[in-house]
Structures are given as C-alpha cells and as structure tokens.
Design a protein around this ligand. Structure first.
Ligand SMILES: Nc1nc2c(c(=O)[nH]1)N[C@H]1C(S)=C(S)[C@@H](COP(=O)(O)O)O[C@H]1N2
Ligand SMILES: [Mo]
Length: 307
C-alpha cells in the first residue's frame, strides 16, 4: 500500500503536519489502529504526489458543527444536534451486483483488510462553501479489489442507511430516500477516492457520516455520501439522489468546475467555512485543485454537457 507512494523522501523531509500525524493513533470506528510506523513517511510521499493539501485544515469543531446530512434535517447545525441518535454498532455494508464475493460485510471485517491513512483534502460543497478536512480512511479501490469487481461492471452505486426512528429528516421527505450516489468505475478506483472512517484523531463523527462515508475530493460535496450501508457494482449508470431531485441543477458527474455555474449561482469562487464575516472569497479551482490527478478521467468529454 504505502509502497505505491514510496519516493526518495526521508524522515528529514517530513513536514510538521506529518510529524503531528505520526504521533497519533488514528482511530477507526471499532477500535484504535496504530499507523504511526507508516504515517510519517507515507504522508511525506503523499504530499509529494499532491494527494494531501498543504492548506490549513479547518478545526474539528468547524468540520463537525457545520454539516449537510438531510436525514437529520436541512439546517447546518441539525446534523450535529440530531445525529447522536444514530446507532452505528453493529454496522454492516451489503456489497452486491457484479462482484465475485457479494455479501453483508461487518464494518470490523472491512477495516480488517485495509490500511488506514490520513488524507488532507479540500472539500467543496455545491452551495459554494468549502473546508479543508484531515480525513482518515482507506482507498475505495482496496475494498473493491478485495471483493473482486467483475469485468462487466462499469459503475458503483452507494446507499445511505434509512432509519426513520433515528433520523428525523426521513419523515420530512426532503429527498427520495435512501440517499443514493454513484461513480463511474474508473472514478471509484482512482487513488484519491477515499472511504473515510474518521477525521483528525477521532472516529467519524455521526454528523459527518459515521461509521463509513465516501470522499471524492474533486467532486461537489453531495457526491460524498454518508453512513453507507450498500455498495453495488453495476453495468449502468445508477440513479442518484440530487440528480433525481433536479437533473438540470445536479449532474451525475458534478466535478467541481469554476467555469460551469450552477443555474442559480456562480461556481467561480467559494467561502471557506470559519474565515469570518469579512474574509475574502477564494477562487474555486478546476476539479477542486485535483486537475493534475483526475483530468485524464474525462479526456474527450464535454464538461458542460456532462456536468
Ligand atoms: N446520506 C447523505 N450524505 C450526504 C448528504 C446528505 O444529506 N445525506 N449531504 C451531502 C452534501 S450536500 C455535502 S456538502 C456533504 C457534507 O459533508 P460534511 O457534513 O461532512 O461536510 O455530505 C454529502 N453527503
Ligand atoms: Mo453539499
């Protein structure tokens, strides 16, 4: 795993940020996992490869206090207020469709076969606010390779838990539940695509999508589906929640693109959460700053048509 990123960097090149990481035990929902031995050097190499941003992360309080998770309400502070009711133990994920080893996988078993690492990613909501988040997680590709993706698979679909008793937003019908998202298989297999289980040195806060959520840093935040209970490998593009709700405003791809405005607002700039009332907006970057890594996935595609 770490070997894929090995370069000639050595310990003396490690930034203070990586040093901060190496001192911590990164927590995963079910138990603590010591990754200190690999975290420092691996992080340095990741930075060198452009996976981890040097921008200052938002605070834990900002990241876990300003959320979109409509199952718990539509206010930015509703998830933090209401998500405590979500039971995440036990938790299992159904993996089905075009895979060699379909089944209901316990969260602990999923964690057993992967390497957790930290990725500090920019996060850009379609509503034009942004954050920088130090996620802990593993590459979705690692999980997909473990279950064996069959040759006919072209897309991956994801679903969030639906728990009317624990999620006050479900009965309000804001969306057609379950919350659904999807990726093309090559997007899902891209090394930037993360299954996140925590942030900072904490297990994933429930309002951020415990115990397991997707993070696709070059796409608008709504693609990064939370509290996942099902992953399906399909031969066709799956229906996705925001696209079903309004296909003119929310495309299947939803790559961050400052040149393609939302029908109701500009996507050219963004407000970084926590910047204060008078902070200047910052320019939004093509593919949210991950252009070098992901532009090749879309060669020959019209990004205005396939928005
Ligand atoms: N199940 C589910 N996943 C979801 C959402 C949601 O309402 N329900 N909101 C999305 C949106 S619009 C954004 S911007 C991000 C917010 O993630 P955060 O609260 O961790 O910042 O979660 C995404 N994933
Ligand atoms: Mo969002």
């Amino acid at each position: 795993m770490a070997g894929r990123y090995r370069s000639d960097l050595n310990w003396s090149d490690v930034t203070p940020k990586a040093d901060f990481l190496s001192r911590r035990r990164l927590m995963a929902g079910a138990g603590a996992l010591a990754v200190g031995a690999m975290a420092g050097p691996a992080m340095a190499t990741l930075s060198a490869n452009g996976f981890t941003t040097d921008e200052k992360p938002n605070s834990f309080e900002e990241i876990s206090g300003y959320n979109n998770f409509y199952e718990f309400g539509t206010g930015k502070d509703d998830p933090a207020r209401n998500a405590a009711a979500l039971t995440i133990d036990p938790w299992s994920v159904k993996i089905d469709g075009l895979v060699d080893k379909p089944g209901d996988y316990a969260f602990d078993d999923i964690l057993g076969g992967v390497t957790l690492e930290e990725r500090i990613y920019r996060f850009r909501c379609v509503e034009a606010w942004s954050m920088v988040v130090p996620w802990v997680g593993f590459e979705l590709a690692d999980l997909l390779n473990r279950v064996g993706v069959q040759s006919g698979a072209k897309y991956v679909a994801f679903e969030t838990a639906v728990r009317p008793d624990e999620m006050p937003g479900i009965s309000r019908g804001y969306l057609d539940w379950p919350y659904r998202e999807g990726l093309r298989l090559d997007e899902a297999m891209h090394p930037l695509t993360l299954m996140a289980t925590g942030l900072y040195d904490q297990p994933m806060p429930k309002q951020n999508g415990a115990p397991l959520r997707l993070v696709v840093p070059w796409k608008y935040g709504f693609k990064s589906i939370k509290s996942i209970v099902r992953i399906s490998l399909l031969d066709q593009e799956p229906p996705t929640s925001w696209n079903m709700a309004n296909r003119r405003e929310y495309g299947f791809y939803s790559n961050v693109n400052p040149e393609v405005d939302h029908p109701r607002w500009s996507q050219a700039s963004e407000r970084k959460v926590g910047g204060g009332l008078f902070a200047a907006r910052q320019p939004t970057l093509m593919f949210n700053g991950y252009e070098d890594q992901v532009a090749g996935l879309y060669t020959g595609m019209d990004l205005r048509q396939n928005f």
